[in-house]
Design a protein around this ligand. Structure first.
Ligand code: ADP
Length: 298
């Protein structure tokens, strides 16, 4: 069982010829609304990848909250322990232009109130095979969730996105860190701009296992005093890279939760990421287990 503790947003996406400048109004072409937030996305991705996924998070009492709950349920995610809090749900207001350039404003809403884990939430975490967290909820909650996992013998995966430096009491409770290159450099204390190779040795001094995602170049798995291998990406025609990281991370959690070796889990997660980028859209592009297996088996 995969426990995802994290954010849930409603993504409100407006599409126009070009992005408006400050103070300007642009008449757009299209509008779509879909569930988002790394927590909800990864929970949905885990369920689609065949995992028994449960989501822990906070959703508002507004109509977006009703829709978010319904979409999580429809994807097969267990929402029995989701908090409904008075007020607004998390919302991301996203503007996209024809060249796929975007501007995003996130109003965290209910996500900000997700703190002080209840005994019931701690029990759900302790009963899981893997806990999967990201960094779109209060950091103290991420620390508490990882500690509850450790106490209950649940393995922890931290997808350290969006990029930020991590406190020592979080790092001490992470079994597997999943990061892209920007996140890796931030945590390793390197300059985040530029193309400096992430300092894996520095990361492995902080956590025992690291998976570095490399976009179209695949991913790299390294463990402390152990293996360090780059796994090439599956070759697909990239249509839309939105949510590839979420598909990858969730599949990795599902495979690891099933007891598969991490090297094999990373390869399977590469298939999930690739299956995601060849389809247009966010949650609708998240691959099913059959789609991942098909690409994986070749
Ligand atoms: P993020 O969006 O978090 O930066 P990446 O862009 O590194 O994540 O993508 C996550 C994973 O998805 C990669 O490790 C890879 O396995 C897969 N992936 C991403 N882009 C492509 C691509 N163009 N072709 C094949 N696989 C891809």
């Amino acid at each position: 069982r995969i426990v995802v503790a994290g954010s849930a947003n409603m993504d409100l996406v407006g599409i126009a010829e070009r992005l408006p400048l400050p103070g300007e109004t642009v008449l757009g072409d299209d509008f779509v609304m879909m569930p988002g937030g790394k927590g909800a996305n990864q929970a949905i991705a885990a369920a689609r990848a065949g995992g028994d996924a449960v989501f822990l998070g906070a959703i508002g009492s507004d109509s977006f909250g009703v829709t978010l709950n319904a979409r999580l349920n429809a994807a097969g995610v267990d929402t029995a322990h989701v908090r409904t809090v008075y007020g607004a749900s998390g919302v991301a207001v996203i503007m996209v232009d024809r060249g796929a350039e975007n501007s995003i404003l996130v109003a965290p809403g209910a996500n900000r109130t997700f703190s002080d884990l209840t005994a019931a939430e701690e029990q759900v975490i302790a009963g899981g095979d893997v806990l999967l967290c990201q960094l779109e909820i209060p950091i103290d909650t991420v620390v508490a969730a990882c500690k509850a996992a450790r106490a209950g013998g649940t393995r922890t995966i931290l997808n350290a996105a969006p990029a930020r430096e991590l406190p020592a009491d979080l790092l001490a409770n992470v079994d597997l860190l999943v990061v892209n290159e920007v996140e890796a450099r931030t945590i390793a204390g390197q300059t985040i701009t530029g193309s400096e190779t992430p300092d894996m040795a520095a990361l492995l001094a902080l956590v025992p296992r690291v998976v570095l995602t490399l976009g179209g170049a695949g991913s790299r798995y390294a463990e402390r005093d152990g293996r360090d291998e780059t796994v090439p990406a599956f070759v697909v025609e990239a249509t839309d890279t939105t949510a590839a990281g979420d598909a990858f991370t969730a599949a990795l959690a599902v495979a690891w939760g099933e007891g598969r070796d991490l090297m094999e889990a990373v390869r399977w997660a590469n298939a999930a990421g690739a299956a995601c980028v060849r389809k247009l859209g966010a949650s609708s592009a998240l691959p099913t287990r059959a789609e991942i297996d098909e690409l994986y088996q070749g």
